[in-house]
Design a protein around this ligand. Sequence first.
Ligand SMILES: [Mn+2]
Length: 266
Amino acid sequence: MKKVRDNLAYNCLSPDLNTPSALDSYLFIADLHLCASRPHITTAFLHFLKNTAINAKSLYILGDLFEYWAGDDDMDNVHHQSIIIAFRTLANHGVKIYFMHGNRDFLIAKGFCQSAQVTLLQDPTLINLYEKKALLSHGDALCTDDVAYQNFRLQVRNPAWQSEFLNHPLLSRQHQIETIRARSEQEKSQKSMQIMDVNQEAVEALLKSYDYPELLIHGHTHRPDTHQIQLNGHTITRWVLGDWYEQGSYLACNHTGCQSMRLKEI
Ligand SMILES: [Mn+2]
């Protein structure tokens, strides 16, 4: 198996600089927040799929792929179609694509997954990563200090709430989501940074309940970093994935370990 190269970063404006990267690796991304109003991010992502993810074994998308998802009946627009087609092309090349819901795109359902040839994962999900246990999560459930958000999460993750919401016409749903988003942005600006980070006790309780996996990989907080946790005689590495607002990034893991990679420019 080839080693992940050190110089995986590329400049998406200069395709000639691309390196064949991520060979035989497992790639992890989260918090892309793709939306039609930021087309350069979508372009960078499509470029990443075509030139980097294509060399991987599997691609894991740990939530918030989209800025929001109003329902699978919103798949036909050009922006969504471009992404679905790119996933299908990647899947047809033999790359397994997995998706886990984030707090923005939890309404992604069977229709999208079938069309994009993506496998939906529960949050959290335990995988075997080169004989190491890796626990995958979006990360929002770990932000337990934010009680108001956790209450909101409970409400919108309730299947009864979702089926009632999906009964509304698409346009109405889009408007409602816009309203919720505007309110949430306003509330966020008044919340402390600490409240919006993961709660250490929640992290430890999760790790304990999954019998101390060697790795925990999540996104959501937009604070890319690596944390070493010592817990009841176990050493656990918590990888926090970066968001794609300013710069695309991904985590590449192969048999030699994991490496956080950045795309040079978006
Ligand atoms: Mn999130």
